[in-house]
Structure formats: structure tokens, C-alpha cells
Design a protein around this ligand. Sequence first.
Ligand SMILES: [Zn+2]
Length: 427
Amino acid sequence: MILTIHRGAKEIGGSCIELQSDNSIILIDFGLPLVDENKEQVNSRKIITQTKEALLKKGFLHRIHGLYENEPPLINSILLSHPHQDHYGLLSYINPKIPVYMSKGCKELIEVSYYFRQTNYDLGNIKTVRAWKPFKKGNFTITPYLVDHSGFDALAYLIEAEGKRIFYSGDFRGHGRKKILFDNLLKHPPRNIDYLILEGSMIGRDRGKYNTESDIEKELINIFKDEEKLFFVACSSQNIDRLVSVYRACLKTKRTFVIDPYTAFVLDKLKIVSPKIPQHNNWNNIKIFFVPNSYTDRMAEDKSLYKFKASKISFEEIQDSRNKMAIKDAYLTRTIFGNKKALIDTELIYSLWEGYLDDVKPFWENHRVPIVQVHTSGHAYVEELQSFVKAVKPKHIIPNHTFYPEKYLELFGNNVMLLKDKQPVVL
Ligand SMILES: [Zn+2]
């Protein structure tokens, strides 16, 4: 069997791994790069508007024979781990005949992204898989494992062929709302793993102040108890764990969680995956502020916006009971409140990766709004990675999705295989 890491051996983003056994070839993830060859951040929006030829030339797309249109489709299938752009973002360039396997939640969220991007891309031949149900693709037997991650319904994969067992961790952690999945993995790890392809996003990174997603909820409850303030919460509309934490903290402090139509759309899409996900029409303390941005326009265009009409809340209604509200931050929402001089006695809860904070800081500082950071990582801490490795006892560890592959040697011992991007190795 031959393994090629096309991208990800020494960086976070652009994940793509190829496994070949005779004529069977599978790819795992097909992500958008986050950095260029000089580790400078790339603008992902600028990448996805370029042609396939341009991206192949720049090395953002991989020269994999049989992957693109106008070639015989030689790739048996693509496995996606989860719905984060750095794991699926280049999918629209592949031959749509190639089947792409993913979880149901992953499919829903990818569809959301394509819907708002309004492109005519063929979404390809999407097939959904169920956790812990093995399936066969050519020489490969593939078993998806449901894992805890900030990306919804994330999967790791056990891949078997030629008597070898490979475990691809995808992105995962042990401190989110699905922590139990990680605990169970430690208790019942995949056995006899020859090669563990292990993400290491948090290696070399500060772990921050809050350990777990339930710490986040507790901290938000403490903050929301302050009854003299309106809170803005900056968080991702696709980080469902975090939305649930904010929602539950609102519920426990009798606040209304005001979301935008885009976030409502995401939650509504995911209700078929999990009935526990908060919905605007099932819970009294969720309201929707129809912020006039491009997402809302898109929904108005095909009338999907009207579904949310009954939960609509106006600027004046928010202002009337501002001390009982927490608003999900969005660019135009904060601009509207700023223009109407409605940001006095307001606080921003910044609940995203701190790398993005500098973009919004000037706005809030201009309006003299204090910022409190409440965030926990979507990725496993070093200690979690170490306990996972200890439980699995793999014969070899292959660093992936990390900026510090060489650190694996000191963290996990000498069975680490340091590979280079695009260099095939025989397993
Ligand atoms: Zn991820």
C-alpha cells in the first residue's frame, strides 16, 4: 500500500491524503489551504474563484491523475472527515462522478455553504456514512468513527487493506460537548493500529484559559448574570457546540439569544441530524434579527427567510429589553447598533480563535465596548493527544495537520515517521 500526504505533513490546512492499494485509490479530505509555501495566510475566497488550471499551477490543487473532469475517474472515493473548509474546500474542482463519503451533518453543512455561495458547482456524488458501520471501497475496508470536534458530526476513519490498519484521526478533541466519544475511544481504542495519522493543531499553541466546552457555558452564565448590560457574542454560526453553550447560558440567566437568519438557517438544517439542537420555533428564548446582509438577501430571494418570520425581533424590541438579550455578533448587526449609538452599556464576548480578534478590535474599542475572551479550542490538547496515543499504542505515528511535526518525536517517542508532502511511502 502506498501513502502520499499531498498537503498537511507540516501545516494546518489544505488536508489531503492518498492511499493506494493496487488499482484502488482513495483520498481522505480535500481541503482549502490556509497558508502558502512561506506560511503566509492565504485568502481562501480568492482561491475558490480561480480556475482549476490556475490552482494546479500554483500548487493549491494536487496533480492526481483521474481526479478531475475529462480524465477517466480513477479515484475510487474521497472520504471527508468534517465540514471545515480546510478539509473539504476544494471539492468543487473534482470530477463530480467520484463518490464523496461523509457524515450526514457534514453533508448538511457543506450544502449550506454552497447554497450561500450561490455557485453552480456540482456537489458531486455525495454519500452519507454511519459511524462504526464498515463499508468496502475496492481493496479498502473503511470504518468511520464519530469524534468530538468543533466541526459538526466529525469523523475519524479506520482504513484496512493488505492486512494493515491505518487510523486517520481527522480533527478531534476530548473537551467538547461530545467529550464522551473521546473518553470511549480511550476505553475502547482501535486495536492493532499499524499507522496512526494524527492531527496536532494544538502542538506549539497556547491552550488558553478555559479547558472544556462546559467551562465556557459556566463562564457565560457568570457573565450573563450582569443585568445591566447588552451582550454581543462573537462566535461561529457553524460551531454548534458553542451555539449550544451560548443558548444554554441564556436559558439559565433568562436572556433571549438573538441570532441572525444565517445562523437560524444552519440550526434549522441540522435538526434532522439531531433533534436536540436549539431551534427558533421550539424554544421561546431564541429570536432572529433580520440583519440586511447578503445571507439574508439570499434567503429572501428563494423565500426561505419567511420560515423565520414568526421569530423576528426588531432593533427597537432588542433595545427595549437590552439587558435581557445576548446577540450573536455579525458585521452589519454591530454596525447598525453602532450607527444608532446603541452600544452604551454593552460588552463583547469574543468566543472565536484569538487570531481573528485584531480584525474587530478597532470597532469595539472605538465604541468603548469592553471585550471579554471566552473560548476553548476545537482541537485536542497535547495531553489529550498523548493519552490517545497511549491507549491506541500504534506501531507508527504520522504527523498531520500541524505546524510542528518534529515535536511529535519528543511528545510521542521514536516511532514517529516524519513525512514530506507529496512524497509517496510504501506502508
Ligand atoms: Zn476542523
